[in-house]
Design a protein around this ligand. Structure first.
Ligand SMILES: Cc1cc2nc3c(=O)[nH]c(=O)nc-3n(C[C@H](O)[C@H](O)[C@H](O)COP(=O)(O)OP(=O)(O)OC[C@H]3O[C@@H](n4cnc5c(N)ncnc54)[C@H](O)[C@@H]3O)c2cc1C
Length: 423
Protein backbone atom coordinates (compact mmCIF):
# COMPACT_ATOMS: atom_id res chain seq x y z
CA UNK A 1 0.00 0.00 0.00
CA UNK A 2 1.55 3.24 -1.02
CA UNK A 3 0.63 6.79 -1.73
CA UNK A 4 -0.11 5.99 -5.36
CA UNK A 5 -2.67 3.45 -4.27
CA UNK A 6 -4.18 5.78 -1.77
CA UNK A 7 -4.60 8.42 -4.39
CA UNK A 8 -6.01 5.88 -6.79
CA UNK A 9 -8.55 4.52 -4.36
CA UNK A 10 -9.36 7.46 -2.15
CA UNK A 11 -8.42 10.32 -4.35
CA UNK A 12 -11.80 12.00 -4.54
CA UNK A 13 -12.27 12.16 -0.83
CA UNK A 14 -8.75 13.36 -0.15
CA UNK A 15 -8.70 16.01 -2.82
CA UNK A 16 -12.05 17.27 -1.65
CA UNK A 17 -10.68 17.72 1.84
CA UNK A 18 -7.37 19.18 0.80
CA UNK A 19 -5.70 16.80 3.23
CA UNK A 20 -2.09 15.88 3.63
CA UNK A 21 1.09 17.89 3.25
CA UNK A 22 -0.45 20.29 0.73
CA UNK A 23 -3.04 21.74 3.07
CA UNK A 24 -2.27 25.40 3.81
CA UNK A 25 -2.52 26.75 7.35
CA UNK A 26 -5.78 28.46 8.29
CA UNK A 27 -9.32 27.67 7.25
CA UNK A 28 -9.65 25.27 4.34
CA UNK A 29 -10.31 26.88 1.02
CA UNK A 30 -12.42 24.05 -0.25
CA UNK A 31 -16.16 24.07 0.06
CA UNK A 32 -17.75 21.74 2.60
CA UNK A 33 -17.28 18.14 1.62
CA UNK A 34 -20.20 16.36 0.12
CA UNK A 35 -20.15 12.63 0.17
CA UNK A 36 -19.10 11.32 -3.20
CA UNK A 37 -20.94 8.05 -2.76
CA UNK A 38 -24.02 7.09 -0.77
CA UNK A 39 -23.30 6.10 2.81
CA UNK A 40 -22.89 2.41 3.51
CA UNK A 41 -25.76 0.95 5.47
CA UNK A 42 -23.96 -1.45 7.76
CA UNK A 43 -25.99 -3.46 10.23
CA UNK A 44 -25.42 -2.05 13.72
CA UNK A 45 -23.52 -4.35 16.03
CA UNK A 46 -25.00 -4.67 19.49
CA UNK A 47 -22.19 -4.64 22.00
CA UNK A 48 -23.04 -4.80 25.68
CA UNK A 49 -21.92 -6.79 28.69
CA UNK A 50 -25.20 -8.71 28.87
CA UNK A 51 -24.52 -10.11 25.36
CA UNK A 52 -21.17 -11.70 26.30
CA UNK A 53 -21.39 -15.51 25.92
CA UNK A 54 -17.79 -16.71 26.44
CA UNK A 55 -14.09 -15.85 26.47
CA UNK A 56 -11.51 -18.17 24.93
CA UNK A 57 -7.73 -18.33 25.24
CA UNK A 58 -5.15 -19.86 22.89
CA UNK A 59 -1.35 -19.85 22.91
CA UNK A 60 0.21 -18.98 19.56
CA UNK A 61 3.36 -21.05 18.98
CA UNK A 62 5.82 -18.27 18.18
CA UNK A 63 9.53 -18.49 17.35
CA UNK A 64 11.63 -15.40 16.75
CA UNK A 65 13.37 -17.40 14.02
CA UNK A 66 10.10 -18.32 12.29
CA UNK A 67 8.39 -21.64 11.70
CA UNK A 68 10.47 -24.81 11.44
CA UNK A 69 10.03 -26.86 8.27
CA UNK A 70 12.85 -29.31 7.79
CA UNK A 71 13.86 -32.96 7.78
CA UNK A 72 15.53 -34.63 10.75
CA UNK A 73 16.15 -38.22 11.87
CA UNK A 74 14.74 -40.21 14.76
CA UNK A 75 16.66 -43.50 15.01
CA UNK A 76 15.91 -45.18 11.68
CA UNK A 77 12.83 -43.01 11.01
CA UNK A 78 12.48 -39.91 8.91
CA UNK A 79 11.25 -37.01 11.03
CA UNK A 80 9.88 -33.87 9.38
CA UNK A 81 9.21 -30.80 11.51
CA UNK A 82 6.36 -28.41 10.73
CA UNK A 83 5.65 -26.19 13.71
CA UNK A 84 6.04 -22.70 15.17
CA UNK A 85 3.58 -20.78 12.98
CA UNK A 86 2.89 -18.00 15.49
CA UNK A 87 -0.19 -15.97 14.54
CA UNK A 88 -0.30 -17.40 11.01
CA UNK A 89 -0.95 -21.10 11.51
CA UNK A 90 -4.44 -20.93 10.01
CA UNK A 91 -3.13 -18.95 7.04
CA UNK A 92 0.00 -20.86 6.06
CA UNK A 93 -1.00 -24.43 6.90
CA UNK A 94 -1.97 -25.76 3.46
CA UNK A 95 1.23 -24.46 1.90
CA UNK A 96 3.40 -25.79 4.71
CA UNK A 97 1.64 -29.14 4.24
CA UNK A 98 2.67 -29.16 0.58
CA UNK A 99 6.26 -28.45 1.53
CA UNK A 100 6.13 -31.34 4.01
CA UNK A 101 5.01 -33.55 1.11
CA UNK A 102 8.14 -32.53 -0.81
CA UNK A 103 10.34 -33.38 2.18
CA UNK A 104 8.67 -36.76 2.80
CA UNK A 105 8.82 -37.91 -0.83
CA UNK A 106 12.52 -38.90 -1.00
CA UNK A 107 12.03 -41.35 1.88
CA UNK A 108 9.98 -43.49 -0.50
CA UNK A 109 7.79 -44.83 2.33
CA UNK A 110 3.98 -44.82 2.17
CA UNK A 111 2.99 -44.90 5.84
CA UNK A 112 3.19 -41.60 7.69
CA UNK A 113 2.37 -40.58 11.26
CA UNK A 114 1.35 -36.94 11.67
CA UNK A 115 1.61 -35.77 15.27
CA UNK A 116 -0.92 -33.02 16.02
CA UNK A 117 -4.51 -32.39 14.99
CA UNK A 118 -4.70 -28.58 14.73
CA UNK A 119 -4.68 -26.63 11.48
CA UNK A 120 -1.04 -27.53 10.54
CA UNK A 121 -1.52 -31.22 11.40
CA UNK A 122 -4.84 -31.69 9.59
CA UNK A 123 -3.81 -29.84 6.43
CA UNK A 124 -0.48 -31.67 6.30
CA UNK A 125 -2.32 -34.97 6.68
CA UNK A 126 -4.66 -34.03 3.81
CA UNK A 127 -1.82 -32.92 1.55
CA UNK A 128 -0.08 -36.24 2.17
CA UNK A 129 -3.29 -38.18 1.47
CA UNK A 130 -3.62 -36.32 -1.81
CA UNK A 131 -0.21 -37.72 -2.75
CA UNK A 132 -1.30 -41.24 -1.90
CA UNK A 133 0.19 -41.64 1.58
CA UNK A 134 -1.44 -43.79 4.24
CA UNK A 135 -1.69 -41.35 7.14
CA UNK A 136 -2.48 -41.74 10.83
CA UNK A 137 -2.83 -38.66 13.05
CA UNK A 138 -1.73 -39.05 16.67
CA UNK A 139 -2.67 -36.20 18.99
CA UNK A 140 -3.28 -35.43 22.63
CA UNK A 141 -6.16 -33.12 21.69
CA UNK A 142 -8.44 -32.87 18.67
CA UNK A 143 -10.95 -30.18 17.58
CA UNK A 144 -12.63 -28.40 19.31
CA UNK A 145 -9.84 -28.48 21.90
CA UNK A 146 -6.83 -27.29 19.89
CA UNK A 147 -5.15 -23.88 19.73
CA UNK A 148 -6.40 -23.64 16.16
CA UNK A 149 -9.98 -23.64 17.47
CA UNK A 150 -9.16 -20.56 19.57
CA UNK A 151 -7.97 -18.58 16.56
CA UNK A 152 -9.36 -15.26 15.40
CA UNK A 153 -8.79 -16.82 12.00
CA UNK A 154 -8.27 -14.39 9.19
CA UNK A 155 -5.89 -14.90 6.28
CA UNK A 156 -2.98 -13.17 8.05
CA UNK A 157 0.08 -14.93 6.61
CA UNK A 158 2.71 -12.69 8.21
CA UNK A 159 1.20 -12.25 11.65
CA UNK A 160 3.52 -12.78 14.61
CA UNK A 161 5.79 -14.94 12.50
CA UNK A 162 9.48 -14.02 12.60
CA UNK A 163 11.86 -11.26 13.62
CA UNK A 164 13.06 -9.43 10.52
CA UNK A 165 16.74 -9.93 11.40
CA UNK A 166 16.23 -13.69 11.67
CA UNK A 167 14.98 -14.16 8.12
CA UNK A 168 17.08 -16.11 5.63
CA UNK A 169 16.61 -16.50 1.88
CA UNK A 170 15.68 -20.16 2.44
CA UNK A 171 13.04 -19.29 5.03
CA UNK A 172 11.66 -16.49 2.83
CA UNK A 173 11.30 -18.96 -0.05
CA UNK A 174 9.40 -21.42 2.15
CA UNK A 175 7.19 -18.64 3.49
CA UNK A 176 6.45 -17.28 0.04
CA UNK A 177 5.53 -20.69 -1.32
CA UNK A 178 3.39 -21.52 1.72
CA UNK A 179 1.52 -18.20 1.53
CA UNK A 180 0.68 -18.66 -2.16
CA UNK A 181 -0.39 -22.31 -1.96
CA UNK A 182 -2.54 -21.56 1.09
CA UNK A 183 -4.18 -18.52 -0.50
CA UNK A 184 -5.20 -20.57 -3.50
CA UNK A 185 -6.41 -23.49 -1.38
CA UNK A 186 -8.51 -21.27 0.89
CA UNK A 187 -10.12 -19.65 -2.17
CA UNK A 188 -11.23 -23.10 -3.29
CA UNK A 189 -12.80 -23.77 0.10
CA UNK A 190 -15.07 -20.72 0.16
CA UNK A 191 -18.59 -21.75 1.14
CA UNK A 192 -20.60 -23.06 4.08
CA UNK A 193 -19.13 -26.57 4.06
CA UNK A 194 -15.69 -25.34 5.19
CA UNK A 195 -16.74 -22.06 6.81
CA UNK A 196 -14.39 -20.02 4.63
CA UNK A 197 -15.63 -16.82 3.02
CA UNK A 198 -14.71 -13.39 1.77
CA UNK A 199 -15.55 -10.57 4.12
CA UNK A 200 -15.30 -6.78 3.99
CA UNK A 201 -13.03 -5.36 6.67
CA UNK A 202 -13.16 -1.72 7.71
CA UNK A 203 -10.43 0.14 9.50
CA UNK A 204 -12.07 3.27 10.92
CA UNK A 205 -9.53 6.05 11.22
CA UNK A 206 -8.93 9.79 11.07
CA UNK A 207 -5.73 9.26 9.09
CA UNK A 208 -6.15 7.19 5.95
CA UNK A 209 -2.46 7.28 5.03
CA UNK A 210 -0.58 4.03 5.50
CA UNK A 211 1.91 4.20 8.35
CA UNK A 212 5.26 5.36 7.02
CA UNK A 213 8.25 3.09 7.14
CA UNK A 214 6.45 -0.20 7.15
CA UNK A 215 7.55 -3.11 9.24
CA UNK A 216 9.84 -6.06 9.00
CA UNK A 217 8.07 -7.69 6.09
CA UNK A 218 8.15 -4.68 3.82
CA UNK A 219 10.86 -6.18 1.65
CA UNK A 220 9.32 -9.64 1.36
CA UNK A 221 7.95 -8.59 -1.98
CA UNK A 222 8.83 -5.74 -4.31
CA UNK A 223 7.07 -2.49 -3.50
CA UNK A 224 5.25 -2.44 -6.83
CA UNK A 225 3.47 -5.63 -5.87
CA UNK A 226 2.31 -4.27 -2.52
CA UNK A 227 -0.53 -2.40 -4.08
CA UNK A 228 -3.47 -3.54 -1.97
CA UNK A 229 -5.49 -3.24 -5.15
CA UNK A 230 -8.88 -3.52 -3.52
CA UNK A 231 -8.09 -1.01 -0.75
CA UNK A 232 -10.76 1.64 -0.77
CA UNK A 233 -10.80 4.82 1.30
CA UNK A 234 -14.29 5.95 2.27
CA UNK A 235 -14.51 9.60 3.17
CA UNK A 236 -16.73 11.54 5.57
CA UNK A 237 -20.39 10.79 4.95
CA UNK A 238 -19.64 7.59 3.09
CA UNK A 239 -19.52 5.28 6.10
CA UNK A 240 -21.24 4.97 9.49
CA UNK A 241 -18.18 4.96 11.76
CA UNK A 242 -17.43 7.81 14.19
CA UNK A 243 -14.17 8.63 12.39
CA UNK A 244 -13.45 10.70 9.30
CA UNK A 245 -12.42 7.78 7.13
CA UNK A 246 -12.96 4.08 6.85
CA UNK A 247 -10.62 1.93 4.81
CA UNK A 248 -12.28 -1.07 3.26
CA UNK A 249 -10.46 -4.19 2.17
CA UNK A 250 -11.49 -7.76 1.51
CA UNK A 251 -10.10 -10.58 3.57
CA UNK A 252 -10.59 -14.31 3.70
CA UNK A 253 -12.21 -15.38 6.93
CA UNK A 254 -12.27 -18.83 8.47
CA UNK A 255 -14.76 -20.18 11.01
CA UNK A 256 -12.40 -22.44 12.99
CA UNK A 257 -15.01 -24.80 14.40
CA UNK A 258 -16.67 -25.45 11.02
CA UNK A 259 -13.37 -25.56 9.15
CA UNK A 260 -11.49 -27.89 11.48
CA UNK A 261 -14.41 -30.31 11.83
CA UNK A 262 -14.72 -30.44 8.03
CA UNK A 263 -11.00 -31.20 7.74
CA UNK A 264 -11.37 -34.03 10.26
CA UNK A 265 -14.27 -35.43 8.21
CA UNK A 266 -12.31 -35.18 4.96
CA UNK A 267 -9.28 -36.83 6.53
CA UNK A 268 -11.39 -39.75 7.76
CA UNK A 269 -13.34 -40.00 4.51
CA UNK A 270 -10.05 -40.62 2.69
CA UNK A 271 -9.11 -43.46 5.03
CA UNK A 272 -7.22 -41.52 7.70
CA UNK A 273 -7.21 -42.70 11.30
CA UNK A 274 -7.00 -40.53 14.40
CA UNK A 275 -5.43 -41.92 17.57
CA UNK A 276 -5.70 -39.96 20.81
CA UNK A 277 -2.27 -40.18 22.39
CA UNK A 278 0.12 -37.89 24.27
CA UNK A 279 3.85 -38.33 23.68
CA UNK A 280 6.13 -37.50 26.57
CA UNK A 281 9.46 -37.97 24.79
CA UNK A 282 11.20 -38.71 21.51
CA UNK A 283 11.49 -42.30 22.70
CA UNK A 284 7.67 -42.53 22.70
CA UNK A 285 7.66 -41.32 19.12
CA UNK A 286 10.36 -43.75 18.06
CA UNK A 287 8.06 -46.60 19.14
CA UNK A 288 5.46 -45.72 16.50
CA UNK A 289 5.05 -48.27 13.68
CA UNK A 290 5.22 -45.64 10.89
CA UNK A 291 8.66 -45.11 9.29
CA UNK A 292 7.95 -41.41 8.66
CA UNK A 293 6.84 -38.96 11.36
CA UNK A 294 5.70 -35.39 10.80
CA UNK A 295 5.82 -33.18 13.86
CA UNK A 296 2.92 -30.71 13.88
CA UNK A 297 2.71 -30.30 17.65
CA UNK A 298 3.03 -26.51 17.73
CA UNK A 299 3.91 -25.39 21.23
CA UNK A 300 4.18 -29.08 22.19
CA UNK A 301 7.62 -29.06 20.55
CA UNK A 302 8.89 -26.93 23.43
CA UNK A 303 9.13 -30.00 25.65
CA UNK A 304 8.89 -32.85 23.12
CA UNK A 305 11.83 -31.58 21.06
CA UNK A 306 13.32 -29.21 23.64
CA UNK A 307 12.92 -26.23 21.33
CA UNK A 308 13.35 -23.42 23.81
CA UNK A 309 13.03 -20.81 21.10
CA UNK A 310 9.32 -21.52 21.14
CA UNK A 311 7.41 -18.99 23.17
CA UNK A 312 3.66 -18.75 23.71
CA UNK A 313 1.94 -15.59 22.62
CA UNK A 314 -1.31 -15.75 24.50
CA UNK A 315 -4.40 -14.59 22.64
CA UNK A 316 -7.83 -13.98 24.10
CA UNK A 317 -11.16 -13.52 22.35
CA UNK A 318 -14.50 -12.58 23.88
CA UNK A 319 -17.70 -13.59 22.09
CA UNK A 320 -21.09 -11.91 21.97
CA UNK A 321 -24.42 -13.45 20.98
CA UNK A 322 -24.29 -14.01 17.18
CA UNK A 323 -25.84 -11.43 14.87
CA UNK A 324 -26.16 -13.00 11.42
CA UNK A 325 -26.98 -9.65 9.83
CA UNK A 326 -23.54 -8.27 10.78
CA UNK A 327 -21.31 -9.51 8.01
CA UNK A 328 -18.37 -7.14 8.04
CA UNK A 329 -15.33 -6.82 10.24
CA UNK A 330 -14.32 -3.49 11.72
CA UNK A 331 -11.62 -2.07 13.91
CA UNK A 332 -10.34 1.27 15.13
CA UNK A 333 -7.52 2.57 17.21
CA UNK A 334 -8.79 4.55 20.20
CA UNK A 335 -7.15 7.70 21.59
CA UNK A 336 -5.28 5.68 24.25
CA UNK A 337 -3.78 3.53 21.43
CA UNK A 338 -5.82 0.47 22.37
CA UNK A 339 -8.09 -1.16 19.79
CA UNK A 340 -11.78 -1.75 19.37
CA UNK A 341 -12.70 -4.52 16.96
CA UNK A 342 -15.47 -6.89 15.92
CA UNK A 343 -15.27 -10.07 13.89
CA UNK A 344 -18.69 -11.66 13.21
CA UNK A 345 -18.87 -15.44 13.02
CA UNK A 346 -21.60 -18.03 13.18
CA UNK A 347 -20.50 -18.94 16.71
CA UNK A 348 -20.63 -15.34 17.93
CA UNK A 349 -19.31 -11.86 17.39
CA UNK A 350 -15.67 -11.79 18.41
CA UNK A 351 -14.64 -8.61 20.16
CA UNK A 352 -10.99 -7.79 20.66
CA UNK A 353 -7.91 -9.97 20.57
CA UNK A 354 -4.64 -9.78 22.43
CA UNK A 355 -0.97 -10.74 22.40
CA UNK A 356 0.78 -11.55 25.67
CA UNK A 357 4.23 -12.88 24.94
CA UNK A 358 5.67 -15.49 27.27
CA UNK A 359 2.41 -16.15 29.10
CA UNK A 360 1.59 -19.87 29.41
CA UNK A 361 -1.67 -19.47 31.33
CA UNK A 362 -4.91 -20.56 29.67
CA UNK A 363 -6.93 -18.53 32.15
CA UNK A 364 -8.64 -15.44 30.71
CA UNK A 365 -7.01 -12.16 31.67
CA UNK A 366 -9.84 -10.15 33.24
CA UNK A 367 -8.23 -6.80 32.55
CA UNK A 368 -7.95 -7.60 28.82
CA UNK A 369 -11.49 -8.95 28.76
CA UNK A 370 -12.83 -5.72 30.30
CA UNK A 371 -10.80 -3.55 27.97
CA UNK A 372 -11.84 -5.46 24.84
CA UNK A 373 -15.55 -5.29 25.65
CA UNK A 374 -15.52 -1.73 27.02
CA UNK A 375 -13.59 -0.50 23.96
CA UNK A 376 -16.05 -2.17 21.62
CA UNK A 377 -19.00 -0.69 23.51
CA UNK A 378 -17.42 2.78 23.45
CA UNK A 379 -16.64 2.70 19.74
CA UNK A 380 -19.43 0.73 18.09
CA UNK A 381 -22.24 2.39 20.05
CA UNK A 382 -21.29 5.56 18.17
CA UNK A 383 -21.86 4.05 14.71
CA UNK A 384 -24.63 5.66 12.73
CA UNK A 385 -27.61 3.33 12.28
CA UNK A 386 -28.68 2.49 8.73
CA UNK A 387 -31.16 4.80 7.07
CA UNK A 388 -34.74 3.71 7.74
CA UNK A 389 -35.92 1.20 5.15
CA UNK A 390 -32.55 1.13 3.39
CA UNK A 391 -31.03 -2.13 2.19
CA UNK A 392 -28.09 -3.22 4.30
CA UNK A 393 -24.68 -3.25 2.68
CA UNK A 394 -23.43 -6.82 2.45
CA UNK A 395 -19.91 -8.19 2.27
CA UNK A 396 -19.09 -9.54 -1.12
CA UNK A 397 -16.16 -11.05 -2.94
CA UNK A 398 -13.57 -8.41 -3.86
CA UNK A 399 -14.21 -6.32 -6.95
CA UNK A 400 -10.64 -6.75 -8.13
CA UNK A 401 -8.46 -9.74 -7.39
CA UNK A 402 -6.26 -9.07 -4.35
CA UNK A 403 -2.72 -10.32 -4.89
CA UNK A 404 -1.46 -12.55 -2.10
CA UNK A 405 0.90 -9.73 -1.10
CA UNK A 406 -1.97 -7.50 -0.12
CA UNK A 407 -2.53 -9.78 2.88
CA UNK A 408 1.04 -9.50 4.10
CA UNK A 409 0.13 -6.49 6.23
CA UNK A 410 -2.62 -8.19 8.17
CA UNK A 411 -2.13 -9.01 11.81
CA UNK A 412 -4.44 -11.22 13.81
CA UNK A 413 -4.90 -8.69 16.59
CA UNK A 414 -6.98 -6.30 14.54
CA UNK A 415 -8.81 -6.39 11.29
CA UNK A 416 -6.85 -3.44 10.00
CA UNK A 417 -3.95 -4.18 7.73
CA UNK A 418 -0.67 -3.33 9.40
CA UNK A 419 2.91 -4.03 8.65
CA UNK A 420 4.33 -6.56 11.03
CA UNK A 421 5.99 -9.85 10.62
CA UNK A 422 7.30 -9.85 14.16
CA UNK A 423 5.10 -10.36 17.16
C1 LIG B 1 -6.35 -15.54 19.69
C2 LIG B 1 -5.68 -16.11 18.48
C3 LIG B 1 -5.87 -15.52 17.24
C4 LIG B 1 -5.27 -16.07 16.11
N1 LIG B 1 -5.56 -15.52 14.89
C5 LIG B 1 -5.01 -16.07 13.78
C6 LIG B 1 -5.36 -15.56 12.50
O1 LIG B 1 -6.14 -14.62 12.36
N2 LIG B 1 -4.81 -16.15 11.41
C7 LIG B 1 -3.94 -17.20 11.52
O2 LIG B 1 -3.46 -17.68 10.51
N3 LIG B 1 -3.60 -17.69 12.72
C8 LIG B 1 -4.11 -17.14 13.85
N4 LIG B 1 -3.76 -17.64 15.08
C9 LIG B 1 -2.68 -18.62 15.17
C10 LIG B 1 -3.13 -20.03 14.90
O3 LIG B 1 -4.27 -20.34 15.62
C11 LIG B 1 -1.97 -20.94 15.28
O4 LIG B 1 -0.81 -20.60 14.53
C12 LIG B 1 -2.30 -22.36 15.00
O5 LIG B 1 -3.50 -22.72 15.59
C13 LIG B 1 -1.19 -23.24 15.60
O6 LIG B 1 -1.53 -24.54 15.35
P1 LIG B 1 -0.71 -25.68 16.01
O7 LIG B 1 -0.89 -26.90 15.22
O8 LIG B 1 0.67 -25.22 16.21
O9 LIG B 1 -1.40 -25.87 17.43
P2 LIG B 1 -2.69 -26.71 17.75
O10 LIG B 1 -3.86 -26.29 16.96
O11 LIG B 1 -2.86 -26.68 19.25
O12 LIG B 1 -2.29 -28.16 17.35
C14 LIG B 1 -1.25 -28.85 18.03
C15 LIG B 1 -1.61 -30.30 18.08
O13 LIG B 1 -0.49 -31.01 18.59
C16 LIG B 1 -0.93 -31.83 19.63
N5 LIG B 1 0.19 -32.04 20.56
C17 LIG B 1 1.01 -31.12 21.10
N6 LIG B 1 1.91 -31.71 21.89
C18 LIG B 1 1.65 -33.03 21.86
C19 LIG B 1 2.22 -34.17 22.48
N7 LIG B 1 3.27 -34.07 23.30
N8 LIG B 1 1.71 -35.39 22.21
C20 LIG B 1 0.66 -35.52 21.39
N9 LIG B 1 0.06 -34.48 20.77
C21 LIG B 1 0.56 -33.25 21.01
C22 LIG B 1 -2.09 -31.10 20.26
O14 LIG B 1 -2.88 -31.98 21.04
C23 LIG B 1 -2.78 -30.60 19.01
O15 LIG B 1 -3.57 -31.60 18.45
C24 LIG B 1 -4.37 -17.16 16.23
C25 LIG B 1 -4.17 -17.75 17.47
C26 LIG B 1 -4.82 -17.24 18.59
C27 LIG B 1 -4.60 -17.91 19.91
Amino acid sequence: MNRRTLLKSGGTALLGLGLGGCRPAGPPRVSPVRPARPRLNLAPVHVSWDRVIRTTVGLRPHRDGGFVLRTDKLDDKVLVHNYGHGGAGMSLAWGCGTLVGDLVQPAGRRRVAVIGCGSPGLTTARQLQRRGYDVTIYAAAVPPDTTSNMSWAGYTPTSGLILPERRTPEWDAQFRSAAEVSYRQLQLMVGPRYGVYWIDSYNATDDPNPRPGGGGDSDLVPEHLRTGQDREVLGPGEHPFPTRYAIRQSNLAIEPSIYLDALVQDFQAFGGRIVIKRFESRRDLAALPEPVIVNCTGLGSFSLFEDEELVPVKGQLTFLVPQPEVNYRASAQLPDNSNASINPRRDGIVVGNSQERGVWSLEPNEEIRRRNVDNAIAFFSRMEPPAAGARLTRSEAPRVAPAVESFFDWGDTAVAPRRSIAS
